[in-house]
Write a protein that binds this ligand. Structure first.
Ligand code: NAG
Ligand code: NAG
Ligand code: NAG
Ligand code: NAG
Ligand code: NAG
Ligand code: NAG
Ligand code: NAG
Ligand code: NAG
Ligand code: NAG
Ligand code: NAG
Ligand code: NAG
Ligand code: NAG
Length: 610
């Protein structure tokens, strides 16, 4: 894929950069040192959300309350006196406003594009979204979480100051392959440029890895300005005025006790998870440090003279959430038998070439082995001798970033979970196993979550072909009360477009993107209501259900009815046989088989290979 890298030129550039690398320019990639603020306590125990987050959520709810009013006026749920409910909500906004979150699964460039199509359906500014009755839910989100490929559409809105999703997406310039560009522009750089930035970071004495490389590519697509720190989010006008949800990226980790396959560490299902929120980086097991100072190791007094700054480049942050290089590598060397996410085959001829090329460059430039550069490491602020090494959460069996959203401190009422983790062979649809795994892990760790049936039951009930709700009945949750969220589960499925193209497609035409996003729009809205006249109202019911319950208001008639139709009732059938193959046709055009469809869309045939 990368035809040639001019190594001598690159090394010369690296040397030139080195002379200026001590400067603390805020628009460079390399980390640098600053004086720590006097008296700052760097690490805090994970007992609650930060004061800054609590304050921000308070501000955000003030905006959500208006969006909620507009949304409910459009929905007109039978049996709900919306005006009275809104009056009551306004009496105690902090307590009564529903806390709603969007979670975008991993699944490479595929989950990024199908996922943002979901956001398009939720954005009241998208043409047709209000009429389809899903528009407005984006305006009601408090949190938006991502992992792996799902981290990109989740990081992007904040850095676009919450422009309409449609506008944001046109700024991505999806036709450009960020690993093949030959000239510098606002939107792309040749990979030599990525290695120049990495060289600067290396010269500054920080651990470098393939994550830095991939992250540069991701940032050129999703983050205007490219060199933006994650900790700069609180200063952005949109975030500051509470205009949209708070982004949180989620990662798993590896360490020297992790399992080793073919010489590289892989994340295990019990590995500690970490999150990047705009204020803090850390974990709900170990503690949090200000995002701005990530890289700083506190002394015995939990302070430091010098703090590391700029290690939280968004490009790197997104890279850490998507650092599956160890798996890509394993998949390449084992012909796809190692390095599989929950059954998802990571084999990809296109990626094999990239993996080989990039590994070779790291080896030529620095003599690094694959094991040394396959995962990103940062100095560990949480009292361990080992550096903190991060890994793609999909490796740890939970490809949907739910963990940050089910922390009791965040009090989330409804999670809209987008799953496009591509694990179901042979056609790479979903079987729900990642959601099931999150339920099992939540139960094990005493976290609030709805009960979720095994994959075989999900398939038997078509829960990965059309949206479904979990946890409407509080008795079907881990807590047996309304502190568990409802989860609205959406798995990528074909409605108007066969959206099972390869997860490793790094660029596509805008025509294809439009088809893919429209497909997600149709999935969320059930074909503008043509496939179900109760689904979108039911989503509205799910949005306010926990809030109604907190306020002691009975569930409206319309909601009782639609929950009976759209919520899992906790019962199990015989499931599907092991040999079951999910091979759906277009929900909105059932007569259009895949072969015929691909014939008619032959411009895109390459995207469906491997
Ligand atoms: C980003 O940082 C790199 C490396 O520090 C630098 O070469 C580049 O000019 C910067 N790009 C922008 C848009 O500021
Ligand atoms: C941690 O990372 C730094 C920077 O890459 C490196 O110098 C140091 O040796 C690492 N420490 C351990 C214990 O691996
Ligand atoms: C190291 O990884 C193991 C295996 O995943 C995990 O059980 C352990 O908690 C980790 N240790 C640290 C300090 O993160
Ligand atoms: C939290 O907010 C205070 C006051 O605005 C600010 O000084 C501090 O830097 C913030 N902390 C973080 C981690 O953003
Ligand atoms: C920690 O605080 C104690 C008491 O103020 C002081 O004596 C000691 O030097 C401090 N340690 C460091 C590493 O600053
Ligand atoms: C790699 O695996 C595929 C099936 O997944 C098989 O057809 C092919 O023969 C294998 N190649 C080698 C070199 O083992
Ligand atoms: C490269 O690293 C290997 C060990 O990984 C070492 O044996 C070899 O001498 C190194 N080569 C150079 C040129 O430093
Ligand atoms: C990065 O840090 C990890 C953990 O300390 C270490 O194993 C690895 O060798 C380091 N890689 C480089 C390129 O320094
Ligand atoms: C699932 O979908 C298939 C194909 O559309 C249909 O035949 C079947 O009846 C559906 N099953 C349930 C439980 O709805
Ligand atoms: C939950 O179960 C308990 C005990 O079986 C029962 O009393 C209660 O009515 C149930 N709650 C709901 C909402 O069904
Ligand atoms: C994707 O990028 C490659 C390499 O730059 C280019 O040749 C191809 O035309 C692009 N594909 C689309 C659909 O734009
Ligand atoms: C996409 O899905 C359809 C329906 O399941 C299937 O016929 C087709 O082979 C799939 N394409 C790929 C590339 O997996």
């Amino acid at each position: 894929m990368i035809s040639h890298i001019a190594l001598p030129v690159l090394l010369a550039a690296g040397t030139a950069v080195a002379s200026s690398s001590s400067s603390s320019s805020s628009s460079s990639y390399a980390p640098y040192y600053v004086d720590c603020p006097e008296g700052i306590q760097l690490v805090r125990p994970p007992l609650s959300t930060s004061l800054n987050e609590t304050r921000w959520v308070h501000g955000r709810k003030g905006e959500i309350v208006d969006a909620l009013g507009r949304y409910l006026r459009r929905l007109k749920l039978e049996g709900l006196d919306a005006a009275e409910y809104m009056d009551r909500v306004r009496e105690d906004v902090d307590f009564n406003v529903p806390v709603i979150a969007w979670a975008n699964s991993g699944g490479g460039f595929r989950s990024a594009m199908t996922g943002v199509g979901g956001l398009l359906a939720l954005d009241e500014r998208t043409a047709g979204a209000k009429e389809a009755r899903t528009g407005g839910l984006f305006q009601m989100l408090t949190y938006i979480a991502g992992l792996s490929g799902g981290s990109w559409p989740v990081a992007s809105p904040t850095f676009h100051d919450y422009a309409p999703i449609r506008e944001m997406v046109s700024d991505w310039h999806v036709e450009i392959d960020r690993f093949e560009a030959t000239t510098y522009s606002e939107y792309a750089a040749p990979v030599e440029g990525y290695f120049e930035s990495i060289y600067e970071k290396w010269e500054a004495g920080f651990n470098i890895s393939v994550t830095d490389f991939l992250g540069r590519g991701f940032a050129y697509e999703y983050i205007p300005g490219v060199n933006r720190t994650w900790s700069s989010i609180p200063e952005l006008p949109g975030f500051k005025s509470f205009a949209g949800p708070m982004p949180i990226l989620s990662t798993s980790s590896i360490n020297s006790s992790s399992p080793v396959e073919d010489g590289v560490y892989v994340a295990s299902w019990d590995a500690p998870w970490y999150e990047w929120n705009p204020f803090e980086f850390g974990s709900w097991e170990k503690g949090f440090i200000p995002t701005r100072y990530v890289g700083t190791v506190p002394n015995e007094n939990n302070t430091a003279e010098q703090c590391v700054a700029n290690l939280d480049q968004t490009s790197f942050v997104m890279g850490t959430a998507a650092s599956a290089w160890n798996f890509w590598y394993l998949s390449e060397v084992s012909n796809g038998t190692l390095g599989q996410f929950t059954k998802r085959d990571m084999e990809s001829a296109a990626l094999d070439a990239l993996v080989e090329d990039v590994d070779a460059i790291f080896s030529e430039l620095w003599n690094y082995t694959v094991a040394e550069i396959s995962n990103p490491s940062i100095p560990n602020p949480f009292g361990s001798q080992e550096n903190l090494t991060l890994a793609d959460g999909s490796e740890a069996g939970q490809a949907i970033p739910l963990l940050p959203l089910i922390q009791p401190a965040r009090k989330v009422d409804l999670i809209l979970a987008w799953d496009d983790s591509c694990e179901l062979e042979p056609y790479t649809w979903s079987n729900g196993v990642n959601l099931r795994e999150s339920y099992l892990q939540a139960r094990k760790h005493g976290l609030p979550f709805p009960e979720v049936p095994p994959a075989s039951e999900m398939l038997a009930r078509n829960y990965t072909s059309k949206p479904v709700l979990f946890g409407c009945d509080v008795n079907l949750t881990t807590t047996r009360d309304e502190t568990s969220p409802i989860v609205a589960y959406f798995a990528n499925a074909p409605y108007s477009w066969y959206s099972n193209y390869s997860w490793s497609v790094t660029n596509m035409s805008n025509a294809m993107l439009d088809g893919v996003m429209q497909n997600s729009f149709n999935l969320l809205t059930q074909g503008n209501g043509s496939l179900s006249d109760s689904w979108t109202d039911c989503l509205g019911c799910a949005a306010i259900d926990r809030s109604l319950s907190r306020m002691g208001i009975a569930r409206p008639q319309a909601c009782q009815q639609c929950f009976a139709e759209h919520c899992w009732d906790g019962t199990l059938t015989a499931g599907v046989a092991d040999s079951y193959v999910l091979d759906p046709s277009l929900a909105l055009e059932p007569a259009m088989g895949y072969t015929q469809w691909l014939d008619e869309h032959s411009d895109f045939a390459a995207e469906y290979e491997d």
